[in-house]
Design a protein around this ligand. Structure first.
Ligand code: FES
Length: 337
């Protein structure tokens, strides 16, 4: 006899088909609606991470996982490998509404329907996956592609020493630029940086640009991951150009302003060089440093570092700019940039 036996293969096919049918429905449903009180994530590839980021939803995922383990343990078809199963492949005896007991129920036809729908769902799921990873590879599914807006920007610094970072190629876009003067509301999303936490040493800094936000990813001396704005709130010097991390404090390389990386709190404002630094500090209002939430992707972490960013930040900034220009031509509401 050739192993695995067809019983085992049919059991596997049915299981994959059922999972694919659930996945297909799940992908469609969660992209248009969500259960109130639970996290919302329209990108299905990020949905599990969004669930793990929420305490209640992550407990739900744990419950589902435990339930799946129990079912798998009870119904695992180990005897099917050599054709010795004591049940029909796929028959778990689950029929709470008694469909199979109804008069005229044709079991063979129902089994065939399930098999065909399962196969179709597996193909559909594979298409979603291909489209997400290779945008445009599946006709009609271009919009479902996962956006990996992870342009790793210019430079990095290790305790003040600037290091070179590979610059990813910008993707060619055929989308024409559009401008608006409307009020743009924030739209927060977790975006992958393409960096791994394990690749960062304590005190090391790397600059990334995500959805138009200049962000500095780094680790404190104790090795805690953080994300802050890369531009110093004094006059916009890029912190990546030689900032020092001391403990959980980051020090601007130009005039020595220092901020807590965990809260962004300003500790010292323009302290160097003597006289000139404090004088330049008088010209600009004191501000805290912008901070960003960071996390590691993957069910158990260890994946890319992700940052929670406002994907509308650039559009909102530009809206004010265009409002100012249009107002000069008498086309807007009189406010100015
Ligand atoms: S530019 Fe950073 S303190 Fe002056």
């Amino acid at each position: 006899m050739t192993y695995p036996h067809v019983q085992y293969l049919r059991e596997a096919e049915l299981k994959h088909g059922r999972l694919a049918m659930l996945a297909f429905v799940g992908i469609l449903v969660q992209s248009v609606t969500h259960i109130p009180g639970y996290p919302s994530e329209t990108n299905w590839l990020n949905a599990l991470n969004a669930a793990y980021a929420d305490k209640n939803a992550s407990l739900g995922v744990v419950q589902i996982s435990i339930f799946a383990m129990i079912v798998e343990g009870k119904f695992y078809p180990h005897d099917g490998w050599c054709g010795q199963m004591d049940r029909e492949p796929g028959d778990l005896g689950f029929d709470p509404l008694g469909f199979t007991k109804k008069p005229g129920f044709d079991m063979k036809t129902a089994q065939l329907k399930e098999l065909k729908n399962g196969r179709l769902a597996m193909i559909a799921f594979a298409a979603f996956l291909a489209s997400a990873n290779m945008p445009g590879s599946v006709p009609g599914l271009g919009a479902s592609a996962l956006r990996r807006d992870s342009a790793v920007a210019s430079s990095s610094a290790l305790c003040g020493k600037t290091l070179a970072v590979a610059q990813p190629q910008a993707e060619a876009s055929k989308t024409a630029a559009r401008y608006t003067t409307q009020v743009i509301l924030p739209s927060l999303a977790w975006i992958r940086t393409g960096l791994k936490a394990a690749g960062l040493k304590p005190c090391e800094l790397k600059a990334v640009t995500l959805a138009g936000n200049d962000i500095l990813i780094g680790k404190t001396e104790a090795g805690k991951l953080f994300g802050v704005g890369n531009l110093c709130p004094h006059i916009g010097t890029p912190m990546s150009e030689g900032a020092d991390v001391i403990g959980d404090v980051i020090v601007c390389p130009l005039h020595g302003s220092s901020f807590k990386v965990t809260t962004g709190e300003l500790l010292d404002w323009c302290v160097s060089p003597p006289i000139i630094g404090p004088l330049t500090g008088l010209l600009i209002e004191k501000k805290n440093l912008l901070i960003f939430e960071v996390r590691e992707s993957g069910i158990f972490g260890g994946g890319d570092i992700e940052v929670l960013v406002d994907t509308n930040a650039k559009k909102a900034y530009e809206a004010d700019y265009w409002k100012g220009l249009l107002d000069a031509q008498g086309k807007d509401d009189g406010s100015f940039y």
